[in-house]
Ligand binder design. Structure first.
Ligand code: ADP
Length: 433
């Protein structure tokens, strides 16, 4: 009904006043008649207001509003319609929430919602089987108290979730779970946890296979190397036609041995997340001996190798592993820098952590190769590698050693001018004596 309530009310008021005046004319008491008439109208309005108030207070779903007259009836109906509309919208929203909750509850992956401080807000059923969360006791608890692995704590506190994290489940050591955290809304966290035990087992089988094959191949190779050496020691007795072939066999045998050593080292590095020994390493002395070896490797190629190292700056970690990594970088610089070129090795610290850089004036590497350089057997130019005798595993070893020492490798290079390989270590890993 779209009436003009303004004029209706005005007419009604005029009617009441007119009636009162008529009554006043008949009785002679104008003022009393007006007071009584208007008072009655006010009382009626107040009664309607009271009915509306009582209905609103006792409002139950589906209970229709009381009957009202005129404008009051219209007000009652409008409020009722608004309430019904609101109820229907809420019902629809609840149905959507129920469906989302049902579907996430049915997921095999755990879905956990955390507030900005990492306290649990909501989780699905899989979170209970994968991480052992308990409903409702754990609600509001900090996730770091429930997943107590030190690496998880560090990962969560660091807040850099670009890479996922893989760990044993806190519930069962045989389960491997994969954590992926995304920030949403008001800095809250959505955490997805997946069971990757099967993939982890396959990966483990692959690593074990490589480690076993490398190990098994070592003995036959050592035997062959031994016989080749004996034969070449008595080179005068060997038929001259075979001499060159034997020398090449010895060369290839040595290459296979370095390849096996590198494969075994990689397998060892992959077997655990942290180095077994975590001692302070005097990187300056280590670099001094590596640069001396590099100078020997350079021989009459006459590279200019310089070293600037902060002698008070030490690094926590395994000296053997760090020696492998750093010597790979320095020896690569010798291998891939033309004769008389210069190589600069630096070791320093600033507020971002400790850094080691190996800069050469070699032929450089095209930008398209840089992201793939640390892949196993990745080579920029296979013909170049054949002449340098590299295994193609050096930078993969560097990457793994750095990962275990909370470090990362940065490579910058300009073709024709040279390359710089920089190892950045997290603050705290390097420290001053
Ligand atoms: P390799 O045993 O072949 O040296 P690495 O893993 O150590 O294997 O290096 C991978 C590839 O990266 C090398 O084959 C080479 O092409 C390139 N490379 C590594 N270091 C340098 C460098 N200092 N200058 C130019 N190229 C380099």
């Amino acid at each position: 009904m779209n009436q003009n309530w303004h004029s209706v009310l005005l007419r009604r008021l005029l009617l009441i006043i007119g009636g009162c005046l008529l009554l006043g004319l008949l009785s002679g008491y104008y003022a009393w008649a007006l007071v009584i008439g208007l008072g009655a109208y006010l009382a009626w309005n107040l009664r309607q207001l009271l009915r509306l108030h009582t209905w609103l207070k006792q409002y139950k779903t589906d209970e229709p509003p009381p009957d009202g007259h005129g404008l009051w009836g219209e007000v009652f109906d409008s409020i009722y319609r608004l309430q019904r509309r609101d109820q229907r919208a809420r019902g629809r929203l609840q149905a959507v929430i129920d469906r989302v909750q049902e579907s996430t509850a049915a997921l095999k992956d755990a879905v956990i919602m955390l507030d900005r401080d990492g306290n649990l807000e909501w989780w699905n059923l899989a979170a209970e089987t994968l991480l052992g969360l308990k409903t409702p006791q754990d609600s509001g608890q900090s996730i770091a108290n429930l997943v107590r692995h030190p690496r998880f704590k560090e990962y969560f506190e660091l807040g850099n979730f670009s890479e996922p994290l893989e760990l044993p489940s806190p519930l069962n050591d045989h389960l491997r779970v994969h954590f992926q955290i995304t920030r949403y809304g008001n800095d809250e966290h959505l955490m997805l946890v997946r069971d990757v035990t099967r993939v982890h087992q396959l990966e483990q089988m692959r690593k074990d296979f490589i480690a076993n094959v490398s190990h098994e191949l070592r003995t036959p190779l050592t035997v062959i190397a031994g016989y080749l050496e004996t034969l070449l020691d008595n080179v005068e007795e060997v038929n001259p036609r075979w001499r060159r072939a034997l020398q090449q066999m010895q060369q290839q045998d040595r290459r296979m041995q370095t390849l096996l050593n590198d494969l075994l080292l990689l397998a060892k590095l992959e077997a655990t997340d942290y180095p077994s020994d975590n001692q302070p390493v005097s990187v300056d002395l280590l670099l001094l001996s590596i640069t001396a070896d590099a100078q020997a490797l350079s021989g009459n190629r006459n590279h200019r190798i310089t070293l600037e190292a902060d002698s008070r700056l030490q690094l926590k970690g395994s000296e053997t592993e760090l020696r492998s990594a750093f010597s790979n970088l320095v020896f690569n610089a010798v291998k891939y820098t033309p004769d008389e070129g210069s190589i600069r090795v630096r070791w320093w610290a600033d507020e971002a952590g400790a850094h080691l850089s190996v800069q050469d004036s070699g032929q450089g590497i095209e930008a398209k190769h840089l992201p793939r350089l640390t892949e196993r057997f990745y080579r920029v130019d296979s013909s170049r590698a054949a002449t340098t005798g590299g295994t193609g595993l050096g930078l993969a070893i560097v990457k793994h050693v750095l990962l275990r020492h909370r470090g990362r490798l940065e490579i910058t290079s300009v073709v024709g001018q040279g390359s710089t390989f920089t190892c950045h270590f997290a603050p705290g890993q390097g420290f001053k004596r």
